[in-house]
Design a protein around this ligand. Structure first.
Ligand code: 5GP
Ligand code: MN
Length: 351
């Protein structure tokens, strides 16, 4: 069931929001629908609140550590996002001058890379709103609800405690994150209150079918072909472990003109196979300038009561949710695969 948000935290957050002059909203690296949805909803809601209350707040920024995928570029106010990687100098100044930081959809500063160091260097109050397990103790006010489907759901509940109402653009952002973080209501979505939230957003005027289309049906032909290639040529099955493994090298990605976000959702596809319960996807990123090793981005998915966050953390220093986790590996794709295959029998349920 839906938890009650802590009233004293709400009051503290409200005071910070009322007295802030410069606000920065942060969300995680490789922002997904929930990261974008919650931070853009917060951005739009704060601006509405500033107008309604004639607050003295001078500016509000959303900072993402790196670029967001093209399939989320249509989102209201997305064009106003300050992408750290593209404009670090300006972002550093904005972060340092802020008197309120709001962190959405990540549980520790490390999850936003170098931006996390900058955030910690400014001792201003911080509000954390998130649904990942085990939040680090870095915020002044923490709303941490891992039992909720999405940060967008939590943000919606936060807004409902305050007097500024959600408008159509805000509702559109919130629905996007709720939809993407539940795989269009295929998982983490048994709480009936979610459907009351959706009913309310539809009453406000969202076009949920259009949002689905904007997110899931606007891909490039290259991306769709890349998915086909990965499934046809690159998927390895380990039937005794109910496991599927896909790897894609940088060279393979370049053959399909890879753009950020192009492999989003690929890791879920092998779970469509009836007796596959675990899916692993490894994507090679070339070495950053000045570094020697590629970075392997790891994605782990599972079904039911088969946690992937434990081995994501213990083998690769990553983490995440029970059924959806990730991490980074510094080394070659082959090394990442070997490390995983060596450790895996200890962690995966043999059934
Ligand atoms: P994805 O496979 O979509 O990149 O990540 C799935 C989930 O795993 C994310 O929502 C996030 O919770 C978690 N995750 C991904 N990468 C990392 C990581 O490097 N560290 C931690 N702690 N969690 C991660
Ligand atoms: Mn999320």
């Amino acid at each position: 069931m839906t938890p009650k948000l802590d009233q004293s935290n709400i009051s503290k957050a409200e005071q910070f929001l009322t007295s802030a002059n410069r606000i920065v909203i942060f969300t995680h690296m490789a922002p997904d629908g929930d990261a974008m949805g919650s931070s853009l909803a917060m951005f739009l809601w704060i601006q509405k609140r500033i107008n309604e209350h004639s607050l003295k707040t001078q500016n509000v920024h959303v900072i993402t550590p790196n670029a967001f995928p093209a399939f989320l570029a249509w989102m209201p106010a997305a064009e106003q996002i300050l992408i750290y990687e593209n404009n670090a100098e300006k972002a550093d100044a904005v972060i340092a001058e802020a008197d309120l930081h709001i962190c959405l959809d990540f549980n520790e500063p490390k999850r936003i890379g170098v931006v996390g160091d900058k955030l910690l260097q400014n001792p201003c109050p911080k509000i954390l709103i998130d649904h990942h397990l085990n939040p680090a103790d870095f915020a002044t006010v923490t709303f941490s609800h891992p039992e909720l489907s999405s940060t967008c759901e939590l943000t919606y509940r936060f807004f409902n405690h305050l007097d500024t109402k959600i408008d159509l653009n805000i509702a559109t952002c919130l629905y996007t994150g709720l939809m993407t973080d539940t795989g269009n209501f295929a998982f983490n979505s048994n709480n009936p209150d979610i459907y009351e939230m959706i009913a309310e957003l539809v009453r406000i005027g969202i076009d949920k079918d259009a949002i689905y289309n904007a997110v899931f049906n606007q891909y490039s032909a290259d991306r769709v072909r890349l998915m086909g290639y990965a499934l046809y040529k690159k998927m390895q099955l380990f039937p005794e472990f109910h496991l599927a493994l896909i790897t894609l090298s940088d060279k393979e990605l370049q053959q399909f003109n890879y753009k950020i976000g192009d492999t989003e959702g690929l890791v879920n596809m092998p779970l469509q196979i009836s007796d596959v319960y675990y899916s692993v996807f490894m994507r090679e990123q070339p070495p950053k300038p000045g570094t020697l090793h590629p970075v392997i981005k790891l994605s782990f998915r599972s079904q039911g009561d088969r946690p992937v966050n434990i081995f994501a953390n213990e083998i690769f220093g990553g983490g995440g949710h029970k059924n959806a986790s990730g991490g980074d590996f510094y080394g070659s794709l082959g090394q990442a695969v070997r490390r995983f295959l060596k450790a895996m029998p200890k962690y995966l349920l043999k059934e």
